[in-house]
Design a protein around this ligand. Structure first.
Ligand code: FNR
Length: 362
């Protein structure tokens, strides 16, 4: 039988009740990395709205790994305690609580989007950022923060930080850990020749550039229980075809290697490495073909994200076997109840929260 948007998906021994995932979306609303009421209400509402997986935003594995001073973090037990209630609440609504573990690399130390996403100077609370090479991100507004090429010790420390973050996330009650290797942040910076000029075992060849994401995935998998899934989000392409860059064929080659390290799903996004990127047409489902290509290259599951706003479209992506999971971002900012409404539109019978029974469509 063909799978649909409302066919449960079992990854390892974790059942996702449907194929809708709330895409990780930074809220820039944490205090020193600690979650606030905003996070509980924001993520909690999307769980009430029926999404099968609620993925918490990029959560920094170290203070330096935050995009902005308002990013969530999970570098101490206090940080983990602050998100445990969120994981609990999401689970109580029948959704699977998930966390994206992240390090922002050279794109760290920025103001939130509503303040222009420009770099925060060090004397205003910004910090020196880490990257595979010492080229700063080419900002248009404001000088880039000091950008330091990582030493071998820094690389080892980052792997340890991802491992420790995963351990804390597990203690906090999350059931899926996603490694953020997309959008021009640290792990993507290692993958892409645009940002990686290293001449040690982490730079140069495909094998070397992919080493860090493979090691991080393995470190997370080592502490993540056997019955629970690990996801990896990648940028399938840098959208810089005119220069040596990361592209879809390298992504297709990477996916089975990540599977060998214990990944269970590749969450396929794109872009973010350089402002010169040429995005052809960021319309409906614009990244789905990349998910499809990665899907062909690996036996593990694949998520499609980008411009998925309509229930019928999300359902068709799953029905046609293009991806296993429909990952929905901005539409969830407009409509926390996307999944409940999708069920109505697609004629599926799903359980609404009892408190909302009188609001059901029929
Ligand atoms: C994002 N995105 C994003 N991606 C990610 O991997 N980690 C993150 O924390 C964030 N943060 C974030 C914040 C906000 C406000 C937006 C709008 C987006 C990207 C997001 O997850 C998604 O991939 C894109 O928005 C494309 O999907 P949609 O929005 O077209 O469904």
């Amino acid at each position: 039988m063909t799978d649909s948007l409302f066919t449960p998906l079992t990854l390892r021994r974790t059942e996702l009740p449907n194929r809708v995932m709330v895409s990780p979306m930074c809220q820039y609303s944490a205090e020193d990395g600690i979650a606030t009421d905003w996070h509980l209400v924001h993520l909690g509402s999307r769980a009430v709205g029926g999404a099968g997986v609620v993925m918490m935003e990029a959560t920094a594995v170290s203070p330096r790994g935050r995009i902005s001073p308002g990013d969530l973090g999970i570098w101490s037990d206090d940080h983990a305690d602050a998100v445990a209630g969120i994981a609990d609440f999401v689970r109580s609504q029948g959704s699977v609580p998930a966390i994206q573990l992240a390090h922002a690399g050279r794109k760290a130390s920025k103001h939130p989007p509503w303040e222009g996403s420009t770099p925060v100077p060090e004397d205003e609370g910004g910090w020196e950022v880490l990257a595979p090479s010492d080229d700063p991100y080419p900002y248009e507004g404001g000088d880039a923060p000091d950008t330091r090429e990582m030493t071998g010790e820094d690389v080892d420390a980052v792997i340890d930080q991802f491992r420790a973050a995963a351990e804390r996330a597990l203690d906090a009650g999350f059931e899926i850990a996603e490694v953020h290797a997309a959008h021009g942040y640290l792990l993507h910076e290692f993958l892409s020749p645009v940002t990686n000029d290293r001449d040690d075992e982490y730079g140069g060849s495909f094998e070397n550039r992919t080493r860090l994401v493979r090691e991080v995935t393995r470190a997370v998998r080592d502490v993540w229980p056997e019955e629970k899934p690990v996801f990896v989000r990648i940028s399938a392409t840098d959208w810089l075809p005119d220069r040596e860059s990361w592209d879809v064929e390298q992504s297709a080659r990477l996916a089975p290697l990540l599977a060998e390290e214990g990944a269970d799903l590749i969450d396929v996004s794109s872009g973010g490495i350089h402002p010169d990127q040429q995005v052809p047409d960021p319309g409906a489902g614009y990244q789905v073909p990349y998910a499809e290509r990665v899907n062909e290259a690996t036996d593990i599951a694949v998520g499609a994200v980008g411009g998925i706003t309509e229930p019928e479209h999300a359902d068709a992506i799953v029905r046609n076997g293009r991806a296993d999971l429909a990952v929905v971002g901005r539409e969830h900012l407009r409509n926390p109840y996307f999944t409940l409404e999708a069920a109505h539109e697609l004629g599926e019978d799903v359980e609404w929260p009892v408190q909302y029974h009188r609001g059901t469509f029929d």
